[in-house]
Design a binder for this molecule. Sequence first.
Ligand SMILES: [Zn+2]
Length: 414
Amino acid sequence: MSRGLIVILLLLGVLWLLAPPARQKERPPQGDRMGFLNEKFDPFVLPGGAGSTVDPIARADADTEAADALREGQRLLQAGNPGAAVAMFEKAAAGGIWEAALGLAESYRESRESDLALEIIHEAAIDHGDDPRVWMLMGEIYFGKGEFALAIDAWETVMKLRPTPELADRIRQTQVEMNLRDRYRDDLSRHFAPRFEGPVLDRTVHDVAKALEDAYLAVGLELGYYPTERTEVVLYTEESFYDVTRAPSWAEGVYDGVIRLPAVGAESDLDTLRRVAVHEYAHAVVTGLAGEKAPSWVQEGVAMNMESVPPPYTWARDTLLAEDVVPLTAEELGTPFGGLAEEQVSLAYAESYVVFQYLLAHYGTYKVHDMLRAMNDESVEDAMDRAFDIDLQTAIDLSMQELRSKETPGWQRS
Ligand SMILES: [Zn+2]
């Protein structure tokens, strides 16, 4: 595994244990700007409900099996199951229905495989460039990747073939968004340099900037560190976040030298956005203080304790004191989390969390700051010894002992 990947795995902003089961992402109305983001995209129909020049279903009636496969693929796609739709569209394509390429490309787009989707749609454009739906979908894929200029190019081809007021409006909105992006890049935030990979909404950008500036002050106050250089932040659509970072689906954010956040969709859940912003920014602060050497348990332990709404103590207790659970040893906890077995990862997060809760409660933020600073020139062991006069195994034992005997945590954020 490459070092970069390990670092990314280490720093995943993960509170997946607490994550409620697949939340319904609700998107509140955004006013007239970018309102089309709320609509379910149908690759077989043009905006405004304009049909196509060719009805694939009618034309495919000759080959019943292929037509059935196409209909089934469309049904699966509408039902939100693009993974299963792929096989159906492939069958329809093999049966001679070229329009199946639209469904196939859309299925890949929805499965966060934009590059594959682009390949298919560009190929379809060679022979079927006279069908506006090909260009419509191409624009949609580029738009999802945040490539606004290319999206507009593709949509302008649709406008030549089959103009609709809906699409004209979408192009106009995307141009406005593109201009806003350029402006924000320069003067959005004092301490953060945001970039965008995708159609991030005006209001969301403000929310994220506010959340990060709050994190700058709150984490700075706790850990006594305020970076002088602006921290880089990339905001993604959910699709491109998982596409680009290759983060597992339970990750809420990533810090790999750059804070990476899925921002679209987050507008409906501001509390999560704020919590994740603090968590990822805390990773930036730990790295700023300790350099690259801070191990996973330090990174995650500090970051979770800094969160605006830290994980509930009961979660850690339930995880660590569950029947048959043996807490990780210092040696195990000291390995990069990316190298741990899957069932050990949740344990590692919970344990890091309570160890730092213990250290913060008994030694204070100042000593944690000392430890992080010392890590620049010393081993983790020496840095820990210097700040707390105990080693990691002792800290684990003491925090576990406290966990067993107490109902409430000792560390409360001031
Ligand atoms: Zn993290």
